[in-house]
Design a protein around this ligand. Sequence first.
Ligand SMILES: *[C@@H]1O[C@H](CO)[C@@H](O)[C@H](O)[C@H]1NC(C)=O
Ligand SMILES: *[C@@H]1O[C@H](CO)[C@@H](O)[C@H](O)[C@H]1NC(C)=O
Ligand SMILES: *[C@@H]1O[C@H](CO)[C@@H](O)[C@H](O)[C@H]1NC(C)=O
Length: 291
Amino acid sequence: MSLRIFITLAVLAGIHGSPTITVRPGSEALDVSAHPNSVPETAEGTEEEVLVEEGTEEEVMATGELNPSHYPAQRAAKVVQHYLNTRYGSPYRWVGLHRVHSANAEDVADSGRKYRLEISVQEMISNATEKCSAELLLPGAESSQSSPQVQASCEALLKIDTAAQEEALYQQYKKNNSLLSGQNLPDSYGHIDPEMKPLWHLGGVASSFVMLKESTENTLYSMAQVANVTQLETENNQLRFNYHVLLHDMVSQEIIHWKLLVTWSPAEGVKVLQTEKLPKCHDCEAPPNTN
Ligand SMILES: *[C@@H]1O[C@H](CO)[C@@H](O)[C@H](O)[C@H]1NC(C)=O
Ligand SMILES: *[C@@H]1O[C@H](CO)[C@@H](O)[C@H](O)[C@H]1NC(C)=O
Ligand SMILES: *[C@@H]1O[C@H](CO)[C@@H](O)[C@H](O)[C@H]1NC(C)=O
């Protein structure tokens, strides 16, 4: 398994690491090299180099003090990243994993493995980096519980003041007579039109709701792309969007298609009301260059 992960990460660096998005100076600078399409830069180098050393004992040896750059610690930290997005995310607040400082794991009889983590996360629109502590339980194969349980707080993320931007975007989307739509965020060159970026961020935050729920000891999810997004009629002052997103599991190398019904308003935050995992199909294979 380790070798496969190594290859995937190397390939991903190739896919997502290329084009840099140019952003107007002084505006919400978005460092694409650090967005969640890729394992954050800091992790990437170390993870690649370290994972190769890991033998097949990795599954059974993943307790005690963990190497912060190894797969088990990184995977647990990514789950915390998704959790923080479900708590704090918005079209102007999107959390990525910056670095794992320390990680500790212990087996919990019948229910899985419990992790204690000290991590830094990066808010990718303001590029602010914050330290947070987290505890999580990843369900094991025999566990009746199917989704991770996470406790983490990172109140510093709330200090990043996005209220004015959110209100302006909300009014703009709400007032527009024609409903917005977009596709291929980012496109195959890694480009996203500046006016579509809030919808991309929102798609990333919404995807974290799914990735949090779906994560297990054997997954490492990231959002690869918003295939398309369509705005629906506003209801009860909530903007509504149909999203079609592509999630990538680095362990199985699968690209998984999900349809999400997402609502957002500055007052109520982001909610994912419906999720539908689409069956595998010929169009749903991993990009050709991952082979
Ligand atoms: C974002 O912050 C990191 C340090 O936290 C820094 O290395 C990087 O250059 C910053 N990127 C941008 C685009 O400001
Ligand atoms: C309104 O929607 C149209 C069509 O999607 C779009 O081209 C335009 O930029 C939007 N205007 C605003 C102010 O968002
Ligand atoms: C969205 O993208 C998916 C995958 O490419 C495609 O199957 C679907 O028809 C698209 N939907 C819309 C509304 O464009």
